[in-house]
Ligand binder design. Structure first.
Ligand code: FAD
Ligand code: 2HG
Ligand code: ZN
Length: 488
């Protein structure tokens, strides 16, 4: 255990730590927050589902200050919760009840370099994704990552969750795009892996350990990322289809016929569209008339508009001729394309407005992906009727389903109907219980559904090596028992 059990000793120690942290951050009250009001936005997650009671919230400005915080927390055996934009969906950035020190990176938001020749950028971990995108866009480049939370999520948070998002189909995962990292380790040392090389085969690729580690192995303080040329021509089309099988059939045809210009292939079901239309002002049914069971957003990105639109046109005529799509619409201009994208990108925001939501982010064999949604609907219908809505949408081109169960309030009976059923279903399909959001607090104890015991034990050994005191984001990612076993 990292904390003493005696309450008064514990309080005295806590006070001493807070005072030491305040000194380390130059006595700036705004950067070591201790009141409930000042800590509120760091104590609760984006969905309002997870809440903790942190000892304090620290807002370092430099790597040196991060080092000082980590060293003090190690000295006082007090857990650290790294936090970026706090948009994570699995409770990974939320403190627990254990009086932890939140280290929020929002003040480390400097863009350090943008290199057009090499096609890469370096920045501090607290840079907001959209700010980095604007900075590189002005030089004709783009960040190979885009997601609905771009206005708030930070580069350090995205790296730490290995966020996937809407461009993964085009640019691959962050594991390929991140070129370098600077990390403050649990003992307060700085691990300098800040290179911008495309190729570097000197030993183990240590930065990969921190990509997707959800703050359990160290604190990411700087990021180097490749920034490809921004596409000169972008087209967006939205299709209405009658069955999920047709969405899958069309994906194959899109890969075949759009080839190198295909940059996104996203789907959502009618239930998702209805929720967006009901919850988000200014949204309109893209294909008014007969409701379709499924919608697919196809995006192309290339360098010659004429060439790309000719390809899209020919693709449209193929899918129409074969009776795969019922109808569709092509974005007339940037504004229209943006409106089409909104229908897909803002489903999670609409869900948040609609009440409580149980979220599952799974990888499954593409062709059978939607069976999980229909199976759950059948499970819910007799018991809960229409009070519980089951929605399916996601990154179809990446085999990633977002299964969301929306209801008025969180309810144990509903949760019991979902879990462990969903996890067992995914295990039996040899899928993954976390395609892109991570395990965080929500799924730390469920990792065994996707990883065997040996893999989990090896992860715990790595955790023990890098964080022997167990102060880096405890109870996240790995089961408590596995971490304990590795420590003994
Ligand atoms: P946080 O939520 O603050 O933290 C996430 C995790 O990383 C936590 O475990 C935290 O402890 C750790 N962490 C944060 N910063 C650091 C750091 N500097 N060093 C070490 N650890 C750190 N995800 C996708 O993959 N694809 C999507 O399409 C997508 N869309 C989203 C849309 C919306 C509207 C929302 C709200 C979320 C979405 N997400 C998506 C979830 C996704 O995980 C986050 O948006 C993003 O990756 C988290 O960044 P953040 O800065 O908010 O991190
Ligand atoms: C998306 O792709 C995000 O929209 C969020 O990953 C998914 O809220 C969700 O379940
Ligand atoms: Zn997603």
């Amino acid at each position: 255990t990292t904390r003493t059990s005696d309450a008064s000793t514990s309080r005295t120690t806590d006070d001493a730590l807070v005072r030491a942290l305040a000194r380390a951050l130059g006595g700036d009250d705004a950067r070591v927050r201790t009141t409930d009001a000042a800590m509120e936005k760091y104590a609760v997650d984006w969905q309002n589902k997870y809440r903790g009671r942190p000892l304090c919230v620290t807002l370092p400005r430099t790597t040196e200050e991060v080092r000082a915080i980590v060293r003090l927390c190690a000295e006082y055996r007090t857990p650290i919760v790294p936090q970026g934009g706090n948009t994570g969906l699995v409770g990974g950035a939320t403190p627990t009840e254990a009086r932890e020190v939140v280290v929020c990176m929002e003040r480390m938001n400097g863009i350090l370099s943008v290199d057009e020749d090499a096609g890469c950028a370096t920045c501090e971990a607290g840079v907001v994704l959209e700010d980095l995108e604007s900075a590189v866009r002005s030089r004709g480049m783009t960040v190979p990552l885009d997601l609905g939370a771009k206005g708030k999520c930070q580069m350090g948070g995205c790296v730490s969750t290995n966020a996937g998002g809407l461009r993964l189909l085009r640019y691959g995962s962050l594991r390929g795009s991140v070129l370098g990292l600077e990390v403050v380790l649990a003992n307060g040392e700085v691990l300098d892996l800040m290179r911008t090389l495309r190729k570097d085969n000197t030993g183990y690729d240590l930065k990969q350990l921190f990509i997707g580690a959800e703050g359990t192995l160290g604190l990411v303080t700087k990021v180097a990322i490749s920034t490809p040329r921004a596409p000169l021509s972008v087209h967006v089309a939205l299709f209405g289809l009658e069955s999920f099988a047709k969405c899958v059939e069309m994906l194959k045809l899109a890969r075949e016929n759009l080839g190198e210009v295909l940059s996104a292939y996203e789907f959502f079901d009618r239930e998702s569209l209805e929720l967006v239309l009901a919850q988000l002002k200014g949204t309109r049914d893209p294909l008014p008339g007969k409701p379709r069971a499924f919608y697919v957003v196809v995006e192309t990105s290339g360098s010659v508009a004429k060439h790309d639109s000719a390809k899209l046109k020919s693709f449209l005529s193929i899918v129409r001729r074969r009776g795969i799509v019922v109808d569709g619409v092509v974005g007339r201009d940037e504004k229209h394309a943006f409106a089409l994208w909104t229908l897909r990108e803002r489903i999670s925001v609409a869900l948040k407005y609609a009440g409580a939501v149980y979220k599952y982010d799974v990888s499954l064999p593409t062709a059978r992906m939607y069976n999980l949604v229909t199976t759950l609907r059948e499970r819910f219908e007799p018991k809960f009727g229409s009070s519980v809505k089951v929605l399916g949408y996601g990154h179809l081109g990446d085999g990633n389903l977002h299964l969301n169960i929306s209801c008025a309030e969180y309810d144990d009976a509903i949760e019991r109907a979902i879990e462990p059923f969903v996890y067992e279903y995914v295990r039996d399909e040899r899928g993954s219980i976390s395609a892109e959001h991570g395990l965080g607090l929500m799924k730390a104890e469920e990792i065994h559904y996707s990883k065997d015991a040996k893999a989990v034990a090896l992860m715990a050994t790595m955790k023990q090596t890098l964080d022997p005191l167990g102060i880096m984001n405890p109870r996240k990612v790995l089961p408590v028992a596995a971490v304990r076993a590795a420590a003994s």
